[in-house]
Design a binder for this molecule. Structure first.
Ligand code: 5AD
Length: 345
């Protein structure tokens, strides 16, 4: 049996088979199978999430990231609870029913601040889901946010190989801590999202296999991947960017391994190629996350160079986004968009 059919049937492959699939040239059949599987679980639906980038302050120094602490060229901002409520108001009016609050690890916000923000949005919009993406925290903090009303948490593991992890992060950051956070979040009952960068410096095909194995262990509800893109004010300024083809291939592989997963077609993908957003959907992604942050701060949430933040990346342009999605045979829905663990057919 061809390995793509085997992956479709069994939802997993051996390491050798995964490596041969990852290094194969033609992905046409892989995309086809991924689309079939995605339709079984989610039909033609594409979920939208309103992304609110709450702060670009960060205590960390990840070597790839433009908002790393040592980037002194960046103007820093943080949104107040009122600012964030304004974004949510606008987003609700536009039809968003999930708000993703993402930020650097900004110690200025206390747990009470975060709980207050979460509670305020949930109180005003009880029919919405709140996703937090604010990094590594003690389990008690995660619990407090959950009790305040947070539903989901995104924390990419970045790479599941500890040697590779140490090449991307300062020594103070450890893969084991990252993994523990993800287990804590699961235990607390969050819908959990993880993921990794494609083509990050020093990444090998074996590393990617490890990423897939870790995800099999974690069984996350959401999986976010995007190409690595260099930022000029980081140590990885001159590193090669990740490949479009490999990112799309991995979206399809993820769809076949995790048929139920919520997989975004990411901003990094849209930044890498003008058709990246559409290509991601056509490879099996079923989520898009337009930017709902206040206009004047969008360019400051600069994870990598040339990050797309206007045009259909902007939440205000939702109509345009809907048209684009319709033009490829899918449909943007105003729906809370929880994970669907069972095939509809
Ligand atoms: N290129 C691509 N993705 C990046 N991220 C951070 N910096 C970069 C970069 N230079 C991703 C990380 C992080 C997510 C919020 O953005 O995977 O988890």
């Amino acid at each position: 049996m061809d390995i793509i059919d085997k992956l479709y049937e069994n939802k997993t492959l051996s390491d050798t088979e995964l490596i041969s699939l990852l290094t194969a040239c033609d992905d046409t059949y892989l995309f086809e199978k991924a689309v079939t599987r995605r339709k079984e679980y989610y039909g033609d639906k594409v979920f939208i999430r309103g992304l609110i980038e709450i702060s670009n302050y960060c205590k960390n120094n990840c070597l790839y990231c433009g908002i790393r602490k040592d980037n002194t060229f960046l103007s820093r901002y943080r949104l107040s609870c009122d600012d964030i409520m304004m974004c949510a108001d606008q987003g609700y009016g536009l039809g968003f029913r999930t708000f993703v609050l993402q930020g650097g690890e900004d110690l200025h916000y206390s747990d009470d601040d975060i709980c207050h923000i979460v509670y305020s949005i949930k109180n005003k919009f009880p029919d919405c889901a709140i996703t937090l993406s604010i990094g590594e925290k003690p389990k008690e903090s995660y619990k407090a946010y959950k009790d305040a009303g947070a539903d989901r948490y995104l924390l990419r593991h970045e790479t599941a190989d500890s040697d590779h992890y140490s090449k991307l992060h300062p020594i103070s950051m450890k893969l084991d801590i990252r993994k523990q956070c993800l287990w804590d979040l699961k235990e607390l009952g969050y819908q959990v999202g993880s993921g990794f960068m494609v083509g990050s410096p020093y990444q090998t095909t074996e590393n990617i296999v490890k990423d897939l194995r870790f995800l099999e262990e974690l069984q996350p509800d959401m999986i976010g991947i995007g190409p690595f893109l260099p930022h000029c004010d980081t140590p990885f300024c001159n590193m090669e960017k990740g490949s479009l083809q490999l990112t799309l291939k991995l979206i399809s592989i993820l769809r076949l391994m995790f048929p139920y997963a919520l997989i975004p077609s990411t901003t990094a993908l849209a930044t890498l190629s003008p058709t990246g957003r559409k290509d991601g959907i056509l490879a099996g992604a079923n989520v898009v996350m337009p930017n709902l942050s206040p206009n004047d701060v969008r360019k400051l949430y600069s994870l990598y160079n040339n990050k797309a933040y206007s045009g259909i990346e902007a939440a205000e342009a939702k109509d345009k986004l809907c048209k684009e999605i319709e033009s490829i045979g899918y449909r943007v829905v105003t729906d809370i968009g929880n994970v669907n663990k069972k095939s509809a057919i």
